[in-house]
Design a protein around this ligand. Structure first.
Ligand code: FES
Ligand code: FE2
Length: 384
């Protein structure tokens, strides 16, 4: 069966209807991936008005410590007080806007390096030595500005637009609750700035159309199809195995959708290879999460310009792996990522040259790309 002939409605497998509008959809113009003005507007609408992944819980500051990061281009300080409570603030002094910290620090007070104003770990201004008697000045009015911070599984989200918004990833995030992700050991922590617009990687991650060609070493022969469903911010794709004579858990998966009773067997399936029996979640706007019964890969992205993006990757495996098997997993994930980066950087060169593809989307295989485009258009709806 050629890729072009793939169908979702295979015998015995539940069909998932086309998302409305995908047959008429076209790919986005090159300028949306390369124009600095468009990028700034998009970053404002997408990354400063949403919950955005900003880290993993494994790397949060210890009690009594803080660390600086950037979310949607906005400098942020994550602070953990002595009781372990995590807070987020804009990383800007309320005096004359010096950044409070460039990397990380610890102590009972955060000192601004410029004129030495002192802030408590709850963000309140403790002292402003030497300030004299400015009219109407009250320490209580000059606390650091809070941002929203929330955690889901081992992922940390920040909302720079609304500190009181609740993070709600919906039912498809609940569908992975039985994945033993929280018990796994982190075995890789990587950060790289890459030469592509952030959407190029997110789109690439959200489809399996390219897999046989860009990742020929991944054996997809046992996968009849690669269905995907979406709800809210989450797109959920999975390897659906439906050949006769397979294990019960795999048969169940051929008729089930994520979150239905029995779905948890996905995470108890026996696996022989990296990239076997996977659940793949795209969480708008910047998370890519691979969950397997014995490993997990978290990736999140921070756009740094129209055509550059910081890509963060963390790999986890169940404890007790042999060194050889662990090296196999690390090598497999590295190879796949390098292959994806290479094709994404090549695509970006076309965007940078202003070459519009004006293409169509594969109506089954590129539902995830359509998901990305729909969220983007919704974010920009009244400004296009
Ligand atoms: S800018 Fe921070 S104390 Fe002046
Ligand atoms: Fe890929």
């Amino acid at each position: 069966m050629s890729i072009g002939d793939r169908k979702v409605a295979v015998r015995g497998v539940r069909a998932i209807p086309d998302p409305p509008g995908i047959r008429q959809a076209r790919t986005l113009p090159a300028s949306w991936y390369s124009d600095p003005t468009f990028f700034e507007h998009e970053r404002q609408r997408v990354f400063r008005q949403n919950w955005v992944a900003a880290g993993v819980t494994d790397e949060l500051p210890a009690p009594g410590a803080w660390s600086a990061l950037t979310v949607g281009g906005v400098p942020i300080l994550l602070v953990r007080d002595r009781d372990g409570r995590l807070r987020g603030f804009l990383n800007v002094c309320r005096h004359r806007a010096a950044p409070l910290c460039d990397d990380e620090g610890s102590g009972s007070l955060i000192r601004c390096p410029y004129h030495s104003w002192l802030y408590r770990l709850d963000g309140s201004l403790a002292r402003a030595s030497g300030v004299g008697e400015p009219e109407g000045f009250d320490l209580d009015d000059y606390s650091l500005k809070p941002v929203g911070v929330a955690m889901w599984r081992r992922t940390v989200f920040v909302h720079v637009g609304d500190p009181t918004a609740a993070l709600d990833l919906g039912p498809l995030a609940d569908a992975v609750r039985d994945c033993p992700f929280d018990d796994m050991d982190m075995v890789l922590s990587e950060r790289h700035e890459r030469h592509f617009n952030w959407k190029v990687l997110l789109e690439n991650y959200s489809e399996n159309y390219h897999t046989p060609f860009i990742h020929p070493e991944i054996d997809t022969s046992a996968t009849e199809d690669y269905p995907m469903v979406s709800d809210g911010a989450v797109l959920y794709a999975w390897d659906r195995l439906n050949q006769p004579g397979q294990a019960a858990d795999e048969v169940i998966r051929s008729t089930m959708l994520p979150g239905e009773p029995g779905w948890e067997q996905v995470f108890a399936a026996s696996t022989q290879r990296p990239y076997d029996v996977g659940s793949y979640l795209t969480i708008w706007p910047n998370v890519m999460l691979n969950l397997f019964p014995d490993a997990a890969l978290v990736m999140w992205i921070e756009p740094t310009s129209a055509n550059t993006t910081v890509v963060q990757r963390r790999l986890y495996v169940v404890p007790g792996r042999s060194a050889t098997s662990l090296q196999g997993i690390l090598d497999a994930h590295r190879l796949v990522h390098e292959q994806d980066v290479s094709i994404c950087e090549a695509v970006q060169r076309s965007h940078d040259a202003g070459l519009d593809a004006d293409g169509v989307l594969a109506t089954v295989e590129e539902r995830g790309v359509y998901f990305v485009h729909q969220h983007l258009r919704a974010a920009l709806v009244d400004s296009l």
